[in-house]
Design a binder for this molecule. Structure first.
Ligand code: WTA
Length: 649
């Protein structure tokens, strides 16, 4: 009989007695942490991580610069791989190729150790040294993780670039990071098609001096077969040395390289994975995120490996070739923790419950959601149809900058409430303030901040850009997350989404400014504005308003965005407008465009220099909406059905 981990209590879900007993965090974890936050983290760091040398100062902050475990020395790769060699045959990575006919690959910890050492030796041969940046442009194959770990082993800084980013986007990131070597793959499979990644990589590297290491997809798992066994000593890293860089979108057109520190990241990645997913050594976790994003870094690679558990990585689309592919993987690989994004869940829900009904998935114990707010209907769908009313849905809120999950209900502790990420991880202090920096009353909307001492895996810097790092902090010296939130009377947080010009498209983080810059680079474009519009399936989609000379088409605009950034940033709609609503001071009024896109009327246009533009754009939007009226009907139906089901219970 499958274990029941949750039960309903009024409007919330709470852990069962069994789940409480199984909790790795323990019922008193918040109390323990609150007593002394720095001490709490010190204890975790000591207990969970192997250090080469102990630290002398647990937390230090000077102005906006802070650090954890100063003086301590460790190696991330050693903690993720070497220290599990007492169980050499335990599977570290399960690689599921997209083609169901291709064999699933299982990489043991010993095999991973051997491969990582060989990869580290290869990097050294290429001249890579401690502190050098290595760009990784790879699909979800084990070699991506192997090279990331190899970088960590020798103290090189990996900068992983999502494989669906365009050559232009890759080039920008290689150049900003000053990467010495690029690791890539000749091809991979997506929706049954071979995607030629090397062609993209070559395009990106034209006119750039960079060495390349190319993994042959055909030889996946056997890349290092011909090399002699070697052992490369793990570099002794200072706790505050940079572990890796990950480019993410900000509010300007240029992506920023978010820097993470070895000590804090290793500690928090390990413990968050253990507490948030109650993950144990003998268990299997499947985080569906690509390693190109922070979620893939922390919960597909480092978190599970630091914990000595098994991580499942899957090359392709979760609903390829049929909608039940992901269910099959969960069942066959006996996945215990399934961690995915609301967008994926909405897509799964569209296929109906005909598929989910056929799978028991008794191995599952925890479901996780990340990347964007999860609406109640999707939460309930996940809970019922995948979790079979047994498993908690852990809505984890975090960011590239926080490195690990920071707000969520812990399994075995709860409560689990649809639409509430709920409680800051033990030892962290979050709050909601207004624009003046004052606390807002409980239940009122405001801006999410974190107070010092900051969480160990929080951003330490923006690569070569101190100013952008400083911008994260408000005048009180608190870290500003850039998200709107509500904290209720019980102290539970509800995340409302970005409060700045970043949009989450199908969970992918995009900068409106970056898309605007791409469009503005087209000849004939006078001005372009991108606004996020709510979308039932993808959460948000970018919509473009373009003022251009005649002759440009919607396709031209889309093609340019795909070239500069990648298909993920494609505008869902392009409106060629005569004028973009502006104030007298020339400020483009995105808020007005958002209102119009939401199908609402704009009342006050008196501050505008060109009020006529509002009416004209409003009509264009309405006209298009009429034509598309029948789209999205399926999803509406599901939403309605789930809502009424929820009420019946
Ligand atoms: C959003 C992804 C609501 C949020 C780990 C944040 C969420 C941005 C949640 C960071 C959640 C992430 N509920 N919103 N559970 N998780 N977000 O850097 O807007 O790709 O600021 O990191 O995703 O996106 P990023």
């Amino acid at each position: 009989m499958a274990i029941k981990y949750v039960e309903k209590k009024g409007r919330v879900f709470v852990p069962t007695k069994k789940a409480r007993e199984l909790s790795l965090a323990g019922q008193d974890v918040y109390k323990k942490a609150a007593a002394n936050r720095v001490k709490f983290w010190e204890e975790l760091a000591r207990e969970g991580i192997d250090w080469i040398e102990p630290w002398h100062t647990a937390y230090e902050q000077k102005g906006l610069k802070f650090g954890w475990f100063k003086g301590g020395k460790l190696n991330l790769c050693y903690n993720a791989v070497d220290r599990h060699l007492d169980r050499p045959d335990k599977t570290a990575i399960v690689f599921v190729p997209e083609d169901p006919q291709e064999q699933v690959l299982r990489v043991s910890y010993f095999e991973l150790f051997k491969q990582v050492n060989k990869a580290a030796a290869l990097l050294k041969q290429k001249g890579v040294k401690k502190g050098d940046v290595v760009a990784v442009y790879m699909p979800m194959i084990p070699e991506a993780l192997v090279f990331m770990l190899a970088c960590a082993r020798i103290g090189a800084i990996h900068s992983v670039v999502f494989s669906a980013f365009s050559p232009d986007a890759l080039r920008t990131r290689i150049k900003d990071g000053g990467a010495k070597v690029l690791i890539t793959t000749n091809y991979y499979y997506r929706k049954g098609k071979k995607i030629n990644l090397l062609k993209q990589a070559n395009k990106a590297c034209r006119f750039i001096k960079i060495k390349k290491l190319i993994v042959d997809r055909k030889k996946v798992g056997k890349t290092f077969e011909k090399m002699h066994d070697v052992i490369v000593k793990p570099e002794s890293m200072e706790s505050e040395d940079t572990a890796f860089l990950l480019y993410t979108s900000g509010t300007t057109g240029k992506p920023k390289g978010v820097m993470h520190a070895v000590g804090g990241y290793t500690t928090q990645a390990y413990w968050s994975c253990r507490y948030v997913f109650n993950l144990q050594e003998n268990e299997t976790m499947w985080c569906t995120a690509d390693v190109g994003w922070i979620t893939g870094h922390t919960y597909a690679c480092y978190g599970p490996l630091l914990n000595g558990a098994t991580t499942v990585i899957y090359e392709g689309l979760p609903n390829y070739p049929k909608p039940d592919r992901y269910l099959k993987i969960i069942e066959k690989e006996e996945v215990n923790v399934f961690y995915t994004a609301p967008t994926a869940l909405r897509m799964f829900a569209l296929a109906g419950t005909e598929y989910t009904r056929k799978y028991k998935m008794d191995s599952l114990k925890i479901l996780g959601s990340v990347g964007e707010p999860i609406d109640e209907a999707t939460w309930m769908w996940f809970y019922k149809n995948i979790g079979k009313n047994r498993c908690p849905v852990i809505d984890t809120y975090w960011q590239t900058e926080t490195g690990s999950a920071v707000i969520m209900s812990l399994p075995g502790i709860g409560p689990f409430i649809p639409t509430y990420a709920a409680i800051p991880f033990p030892g962290m202090d979050f709050d909601v303030i207004n624009e003046k920096g004052k606390k807002v009353p409980a239940g009122k909307e405001g801006l999410l901040i974190q107070r010092p001492p900051f969480s160990p895996s929080l951003i330490r810097g923006v690569w070569k850009n101190e100013k952008r790092y400083k911008n994260y902090f408000d005048k009180n010296g608190d870290y500003t997350a850039g998200d709107g939130a509500i904290k209720n009377a019980k102290g539970w947080f509800r995340i409302l989404g970005r409060s700045d010009d970043i949009i989450k498209v199908a969970g992918h983080r995009m900068s409106t400014a970056e898309i605007e810059d791409a469009i503005a680079s087209l000849r004939g474009v006078v001005e372009a504005v991108i606004v996020g519009r709510e979308d039932k399936l993808r959460g948000m989609v970018p919509v473009a308003f373009v003022k251009a000379k005649a002759g440009l088409s919607e396709e031209d605009v889309i093609a340019r965005v795909v070239k500069r950034i990648g298909p993920i940033a494609k505008p869902a709609e392009v409106y060629f407008v005569e004028d973009i609503p502006k104030t007298r001071s020339g400020k483009m009024m995105r808020r007005i465009l958002k209102t119009l896109l939401a199908g609402e009327d704009v009342k006050n246009v008196s501050t505008l220099i060109n009020p006529g533009s509002v009416k004209a754009i409003g009509e264009m939007i309405k006209d298009r909406a009429k034509r598309k009226a029948r789209c999205g009907e399926d999803w509406e139906m599901i939403l309605e059905r789930e809502k009424s089901n929820g009420k019946e219970k």
